[in-house]
Design a protein around this ligand. Structure first.
Ligand SMILES: [Zn+2]
Length: 129
């Protein structure tokens, strides 16, 4: 399987989970007024992203998992690399990082969620759909 056909490609490039070419999002993650806004349809293959009302609410589960994974990773890294850091600084660092990365995690959770339910279609990528 070619790299461009993998779900990881779609996730990392924030592109349509079906054709892997059209943008899933209206803007980049740190344009805060439109963060996480999804195009109604793919600009390339035309697939409807919100396949049912509230489809992207499920991305909250992914977002929670990403936040927990980040929290644990940073906490363990700080405990190993800076064991003398006070608890307040450790907690502040973790929470601060979560706040700074929250737009990125929000967008990432939506594209992962979409890739769970949509699958790559080589015909869509060639515009034959
Ligand atoms: Zn598409």
């Amino acid at each position: 399987m070619a790299w461009k056909e993998s779900k990881l490609y779609s996730v990392l490039t924030f592109t349509c989970p079906v054709c892997h070419e059209g943008d899933l999002f209206v803007s980049q993650p740190y344009a805060l007024s439109t963060v996480g806004d999804v195009h109604p349809n793919c600009p390339v293959c035309g697939v409807k992203f919100e396949r049912e009302p509230g489809f992207f609410y499920g991305a909250m589960y992914v977002s929670y998992a990403l936040a927990v994974a980040l929290f644990v990773t940073v906490w363990v890294a700080l405990s190993v690399l800076a064991p003398d850091l006070s608890l307040v600084w450790q907690a502040g660092s973790v929470v601060g990082l979560l706040v700074v990365l929250s737009p990125f995690l929000y967008v990432l959770s939506k594209v992962i969620w979409a890739n769970i339910f949509f699958h790559f279609d080589p015909k869509a990528a060639k515009g034959e759909r």
